[in-house]
Design a protein around this ligand. Structure first.
Ligand code: ADP
Ligand code: ZN
Length: 534
């Protein structure tokens, strides 16, 4: 015998106050909830921290039956459900990590109409047995969280999401709401189409996070830079340490940097998926409950973690996409108070990521997609205009310069790098034509600067016509030139050793048809004096 979970509340506001203890809806929450509770389909684009969860949780409480929530973050289901249960919501989940007895109990409660919300992993929802199970109960709505995962061009594609369009065919009368915090125009269109949400109403919130200050700096001595950053940004007005997250690409570097910070008096803990579950949990607990803990983590950290007063997010490696960068930096300042984000990136990041793309197992289309993501990220790093404007523009939202990012606060000078680019490019051409050799940035800079290193002598590079023609720029400036040319697609880095070669566009620079504007490396850091409230 199956039964139907009754509607728990008459009005959305009553549910908001009684269950969640909040006074008022934020942004478009009320409209979204009304629309879905009334049986409409919705596509919701809202930044992290915007309050997406209530947009499906409350309609599920207002409608008869159980809201089915598709979420890819299995690791978080347990916590999400726990939090709901603490608020008196009858919630449970089904995923592959469960023991059979536990699963059977959830199934029984669902069929008995004892659940308001049921979280389901996407791969579960692709099995006929699960579909039949939910078909035997009453479905209040389908919520598809992290809906950008259906986009093959997005940064987080999950094949299991593709089958979710089947829900519309099977249950045409059940309202569906798709939600995501990362949506460019292209992803937005793609998810609408792939999830058969052509008839849905679209709610697009502003992606601006005005209280976040964005800073991006060229990497020189990253340890010292990070420590300087934490020493200036890591304290509140009373001098007490604040909570922050430092993102690194590799597990090993999270541990190295956490050690380094601890040795320098910062209360830092490492976090990555390779650590013991216990160690991880302890790190997370400390971060959540204590003030002033800095977590040095891979991007595995932060998803679903709801800590409103993270005061800074630092990246010591280049994120792979603007979407990822936006999502990770978005974990700062969810309470609306001023927060700072800082990214250090260098030539090595570009070379390393190009190599990872070259070596990735996907097909050509897949590698092109990764490349396009990296290019957009590099363009954000090298922009001479407002970071926020660039970021919002990427998400299809026009805006004015913000006055609260590093390029607004200390406008970078640009300089005519055409001649420098020609010197570098002709060195590459000569090495290739005259010697059939290819080298990475280090050797090229040594040649341009006219350094008599053992490697220069060994190869006789001091006999090249371009030897020593670049003494007007420093090593760091030359590396900046290389990095920016890579970012602009005027050079490419190939293979394991990051040897540099020309691109089709380089020819226009060499022939003088095209000029190259470069960003001057900043010589003074941006300070936090600009902190202002939202
Ligand atoms: P998202 O999923 O969009 O990242 P969440 O749904 O996790 O955001 O909400 C972020 C935080 O904001 C949570 O702590 C949530 O409880 C809180 N929140 C959401 N809506 C409201 C509201 N109307 N009033 C106050 N706090 C809210
Ligand atoms: Zn700006």
């Amino acid at each position: 015998v199956t039964a139907v979970a009754p509607a728990r509340f008459d009005s959305a506001l009553e549910a908001l106050r009684t269950v969640f203890g909040y006074d008022a809806f934020r942004g478009e929450q009320a409209e979204i909830i009304d629309h879905v509770a009334g049986g409409g389909d919705a596509v919701v684009l809202m930044p992290t921290g915007g309050g997406k969860s209530l947009c499906y949780q409350i309609p599920a409480l207002l409608r008869e039956g159980t809201g089915i929530v598709v979420s890819p973050l299995i690791a978080l289901m347990h916590d999400q459900v726990d939090a709901l249960v603490r608020n008196g919501v009858r919630a449970a989940y089904l995923n592959s990590s469960q023991a059979p007895a536990e699963r059977a109990d959830v199934e029984r409660r669902y069929l008995a109409g004892e659940l308001d919300l049921l979280y389901v992993a996407p791969e579960r929802l692709n099995t006929e047995s699960t579909l039949q199970l939910i078909g035997r109960g009453r479905i209040a709505l389908f919520a598809i969280d992290e809906a950008h995962c259906v986009s093959q061009w997005g940064h987080d594609f999950r094949p299991d999401y593709l089958a979710l369009s089947g829900l519309a065919e099977r249950w045409p009368d059940v309202p569906r709401i798709a939600l995501t915090a990362t949506a460019t125009d292209a992803t937005h269109r793609e998810l609408t189409e792939r999830l058969s949400l052509g008839g849905a109403r679209h709610f697009v919130a502003s992606f601006d996070r005005p209280n976040i200050q964005y800073r991006i700096a060229p990497k020189s001595e990253v340890r010292k830079q990070l420590l300087d950053f934490i020493r200036t940004e890591g304290r509140d007005a009373d001098g007490r340490p604040v909570s922050g997250i430092v993102y690194a690409l590799s597990r090993a570097s999270t541990e190295r940097f956490a050690d380094f910070l601890r040795q320098n008096g910062v209360d830092a803990v490492a976090y990555h998926a390779g650590l013991d579950a216990d160690v991880r949990r302890r790190a997370q607990e400390r971060f959540l409950r204590e003030d002033g803990v800095v977590v040095v983590a891979t991007i595995a950290f932060g998803m679903g973690i709801d800590k409103p007063d993270v005061r800074f997010v630092a990246h010591i490696d280049l994120p792979k996409s603007v979407e990822g960068y936006y999502q990770e930096t978005g974990r700062a300042g969810r309470d609306g108070l001023p927060a700072t984000t800082w990214l250090a990136y260098g030539l090595q990041d570009v070379v390393q990521q190009r190599r990872m793309i070259d070596e990735s197992p996907g097909d050509l289309a897949f590698r092109r997609r990764l490349s396009a993501h990296l290019d957009a990220m590099l363009a954000l790093c090298e922009t001479v205009s407002c970071r926020r404007q660039n970021l919002l523009g990427y998400f299809g939202q026009p805006s004015e310069p913000c006055g609260n990012c590093d390029t607004c606060l200390v406008p970078p000078a640009s300089w005519d790098g055409t001649v420098a680019s020609q010197k570098l490019m002709s060195t590459i051409v000569r090495l290739q034509r005259e010697r059939n050799q290819r080298f990475g940035a280090g050797q090229l800079v040594d040649i341009l600067r006219g350094k008599q290193t053992p490697r220069v002598e060994q190869h006789g590079h001091d006999r090249l016509a371009t030897f020593g023609i670049g003494q007007d720029l420093s090593d760091a400036e030359w590396r900046g030139v290389v990095r920016q040319l890579l970012a602009q697609g005027l050079l490419q880095s190939v293979g394991e050793y990051g040897v540099l070669t020309l691109t089709d566009a380089s020819a226009e620079v060499l022939s003088g048809e095209r000029t190259v504007a470069l960003r001057k490396e900043p010589d003074r850091p941006v300070r936090s004096s600009s902190r202002r409230s939202a």
